[in-house]
Design a protein around this ligand. Sequence first.
Ligand SMILES: Nc1ncnc2[nH]cnc12
Ligand SMILES: [Zn+2]
Length: 332
Amino acid sequence: MSLTTLIQQLPKAELHLHIEGSLTPELMWQLASKHNITIPYNSVAEIQAAYQFSDLQSFLDIYYAGADVLRDQDDFYALMWAYLTRCYEENILHTEIMFDPQTHTARGISFDIFMPGFLRAIEEAKEKYGISCLLIMSFLRHLSQEDAFTTLREAEPYYSAITAVGLDSSELGHPPEKFEQVFEKVRELGFKVVAHAGEEGPAEYIWQAINLLHVDRIDHGVKCQEDESLMQYLTETQVPLTVCPLSNLKLCVIDDMQKHNILTLMERGLLVTVNSDDPTYFGGFLNANFAALANALPITETHIKQLAKNSFTASFLPEDKKQHYIRLIDAA
Ligand SMILES: Nc1ncnc2[nH]cnc12
Ligand SMILES: [Zn+2]
């Protein structure tokens, strides 16, 4: 069996996906037209062509502007439904999806608009596709801790639909320590915790996410190699890293996929997973991320199976469900 076929056929979980980063140029165009919104592009092809980034911030500027076409409940439903349909096509059986409430509430769009849209699509995907989904509410770290507290309060009617709380957006200059108190509250409320750390920022930010926010997972974390004691810690504790190869390439974290450190991290015994981050902005969904690694690195069938197993091990699924999926992969 070719690696491409194996990648397609294996059951997989995706643990690092921003729903706003799965907005296709086609849906952006359609929603701009539906709501009479002027966007700075003359065609779907022009939208696609604008996706050239030099770093994280150059991407975030375009990504937040793109999200402005999402206005009513049906738009959020359509966005979520399109992603979950793609999961079905790629044999992603479980997904833990991040959403950025502040990107919407800052525009006057409340939880009561986007959450029912998301939840309707998730319910339908469970029924029609048999996919299981968890939601991760992420705070924007370029905003204040006070703003994060407000968002946490606004989310209250939807707590039962949210499994984890995360931290994303501009990393440099916004270290995890800025959000220590709000994450203390998040943990008291019983949520799991994740945080982007060590994407562009230093290994020190990963330590802060671990020691101050008490994260259950690190999003990205590829800069952990800067600190040997951190590498040892991550190996011993098996705190997972949700790595996003095409994202790292598109945002110039690496200049060549052949230089990606995911295999090195795996071989050192870290619990790493493959994810797509913002697939429509970075040139590929989950299977394309696996394929990009397989094309650039000396990856074997054993590595691919290990990465698929890791995706379930690192998930927030109950232990029996994790084991069920891992057995399926072992049998494949
Ligand atoms: N790669 C990324 N890093 C930080 N924040 C993000 N929000 C969406 N994608 C992100
Ligand atoms: Zn991300």
